[in-house]
Design a protein. Structure first.
Length: 517
């Protein structure tokens, strides 16, 4: 998975730069130890200036790596988010809350991987090698001791890291479930309050949050144990180097400068590996989220092709959708106006969801001009549709902008013509600012019939739409509003191919053929 992450954005150039920067950092560590030993043994301006110069270089190097790492992480996160959002859509089975958690908190967790763990991997290789080479010239015995004890840190780190990775995956799974359930609860809060079930859901969210807290504390406990073990191993290893060096210095086997160089470099050999363990734990949540993102990207792949230039037919070929209908087959030819009828729950609105590409069938095929809809470019296909949903969504914008959603580039005169055709012009002009009246959230302030007629005006602007979809636009309307919407629907469907979901007999006047679902 780490290799797959490194294919995103400028990650390849970034890793090449990290390799070079790690080599520079290793050289600076060795040079700093040499200058510092000289200052301690023979105080003079030149070695002191050398120490200050190396410290400034190391500070500038660390700052530059931080900036480059942050930019690389931002580029990778943006590309990964774009791919996940493009591939995970309606019908994928991914809950909106889980998706929001994944592309938000989850992908942001990759900062720890790109700005912390990955640079430390290169340092954990380059610095010990440089230190061992310098120690081999200064004190071969110390170099052998470091070379023998150095592998103990990654060995213990790997043993603990396996457990940490497993616990972090479980922690991320709990966070994803919590995010998905919480968003569902917020969206349905009014329904929960109406049925007096909000307190039960509060208890459920509290229980899920407690599970996440326990999982987080277990992961942190493992991280602290890991840090303790690595510090203990490094301390013992440094002691195994320091004691022989001290004894050799007492017997005159080493000069003071050489002994100080060895004592200063020995901790530097273990430090990158100890820090690698800490960075590893900090990167695990992001890597767990990346695994979920790649699982979503590796789902069923759509093979896009061009939508036929002119709509001729829509065919349902033994289509099955669980809990809706089974082996549904029918055909809508160009120029037909077909009404779907049936009891509530029979799947009439599901049919329109399949046509729009919001849902995918469990079996069977939806064919457009004989081509499977699953292989078509959905954006190009939807450009051929005009859709009036059962509950049209109106945005917090002007009435004109809400109508103009059907054709964002149309002039004001076309907006007015569409409203007149949908029998909406009269009540719109009666609003405080007419077409410039700013609506509340979800069209607050308008009646159901008025919202429905604005949705019809939107559809009217789709003059090039080859197929009109009406999803029971007269539902929940009073007789007067129903008559206005039906009249507007008849005008809208004239000379067009239409597929209409109808519960009430009045809407059947739009259709010239009726199908039972």
């Amino acid at each position: 998975m780490n290799r797959r992450l490194l294919r995103y954005g400028p990650a390849r150039r970034y890793t090449a730069g990290l390799a070079l920067s790690a080599a520079v950092a290793a050289v600076l560590v060795v040079v700093q130890a040499s200058f510092l030993a000289s200052v301690l043994v023979h105080p003079s301006p030149w070695p002191f200036a050398g120490v200050l110069g190396v410290l400034l270089l190391r500070f500038a190097h660390a700052t530059a790596i931080g900036v480059v790492s942050a930019r690389a992480a931002a580029s990778v996160k943006a590309q990964l988010r774009d791919e996940v959002l493009a591939s995970v859509g309606p019908g994928s089975g991914t809950r909106a809350g889980e998706l929001a958690t994944l592309v938000g908190r989850g992908v942001d967790g990759l900062d720890g991987f790109f700005t912390g763990y990955l640079p430390q991997v290169f340092l954990a290789v380059a610095v010990p090698v440089a230190v061992l080479l310098r120690l081999a010239f200064a004190d071969p015995v110390a170099a052998i001791t470091v070379a023998v004890t150095l592998p103990l840190i990654p060995i213990f780190g790997a043993l603990i890291g396996w457990q940490t990775a497993a616990r972090t995956r479980g922690q991320w799974s709990l966070l994803s479930r919590l995010g998905g359930h919480f968003l569902d609860m917020v969206i349905g809060l009014s329904t929960l309050r109406a049925f007096g079930r909000e307190r039960a859901q509060i208890a459920t969210v509290r229980a899920m949050a407690e599970q996440y807290r326990v999982a987080t504390m277990r992961t942190l406990r493992m991280a602290f144990v890991s840090a303790l073990v690595l510090e203990l191993v490094a301390t013992i290893s440094i002691a195994l180097v320091a004691v022989p060096v001290g004894l050799t210095l007492l017997h005159g086997g080493l000069s003071l400068t050489t002994a100080l160089v060895v004592l200063l470099l020995a901790p530097e050999a273990y430090l990158p590996l100890r820090q690698l363990g800490t960075k590893f734990h900090a990167s695990q949540e992001g890597l767990a989220a990346a695994s979920s993102a790649f699982a979503a990207l590796d789902g069923p792949v759509r093979t896009a092709s061009r939508v036929p230039p002119a709509f001729e037919s829509l065919v349902f070929d033994r289509v099955t959708v669980p809990y809706a209908f089974r082996d549904l087959s029918f055909t809508v030819e160009r120029g037909e106006r077909v009404a779907l009828i049936g009891p509530s729950g029979s799947g009439k609105s599901t049919v329109l969801g399949l046509v729009l590409g919001f849902l995918t069938p469990a079996s069977g095929r939806v064919l457009v001009n004989g081509v499977d809809l699953a292989t078509l470019d959905l954006e190009a296909w939807r450009a051929q549709l005009a859709w009036v949903p059962q509950r049209p969504y109106l945005f917090t914008a002007s009435v004109a902008d809400n109508i103009r959603l059907g054709d964002p580039e149309c002039p004001d005169v076309d907006v007015v013509d569409a409203a007149v055709a949908a029998d909406a012009d009269g009540f719109i002009r009666g609003l405080p600012s007419g077409y410039g009246t700013r609506l509340g959230e979800r069209g607050t302030g308008l009646s159901s019939g008025q919202r429905q007629r604005i949705a019809l005006a939107r559809a009217w602007l789709r003059v090039d739409a080859a197929l009109l979809l009406l999803d029971e636009p007269t539902a929940r309307l009073d007789p007067a509003s129903e008559a206005a919407v039906v009249a507007a629907g008849i005008r809208l469907a004239q000379d067009r191919t239409a597929l209409v979901v109808a519960h009430r007999p009045a809407l059947l006047a739009v259709a010239d053929r009726v199908l039972s679902v």
